[in-house]
Design a protein around this ligand. Sequence first.
Ligand code: TYD
Length: 221
Amino acid sequence: MSGLFISFEGNDGAGKSTQAELLKKHLSEEGFSCCLFREPGGTDISEKIREIILDNANYKMKHLTEAYLYAAARCQLVREKIMPALKGGQIVICDRFLDSSLVYQGIGRGLGTDIVKDINKYAVGSLKPDLTFFLHLDPAEAINRHKDERELDRMENQKAYFHNRVYRGFLDIAHGESERIVTVEANRPLKVISAEIARIIDSFINGRGLQNEQLKRFFGQ
Ligand code: TYD
């Protein structure tokens, strides 16, 4: 596998999507071939699964059903988009990936991370992000960011204690996998955060022994 796989994680409203877009812009300006996907979603089929998962009408959904649906959406995205892009040498940025399932379903819903890993085993295989940015923001502040903009979806509408468990789950996995997961303080101006992320990614790429020019050639540009 020749490309680079980067994911963004964090509580709802922590600002991942904006930062993922800004990182894509930064890398594209540096001349890298780059694609951005969101989870759940990123393919026609996965977007349809997303609608089912987030629909407030589906309040009867069992936790295990929810975990399988996230894994199904991920399975399609990995095979249809992520693997081909990585094989083609592109930089893939994913707005959430498996860590979200481990934290939201495994810890938030209480299914346990082992069960969630099992469910995702065939969906994801050995694929793992090379680098993950965890946008760290107090969960109460994060969810409040969305409140006045639009109607909250089924996951965002979960009680505060669920979002607190999710938050603590992210802290735990970020602590446990500190070589992959970089914690970024999200309670700062957008530009300050994006500049920090750009600095980290640039040094990560250079640290792999590939200068940008070499990497561009390596990516066939
Ligand atoms: P997302 O679109 O990232 O929402 P937001 O922009 O508000 O952060 O994700 C949709 C919701 O799905 C979000 O509440 C997190 C949740 N989620 C899981 O519970 N498990 C998962 O595996 C993924 C990918 C997302």
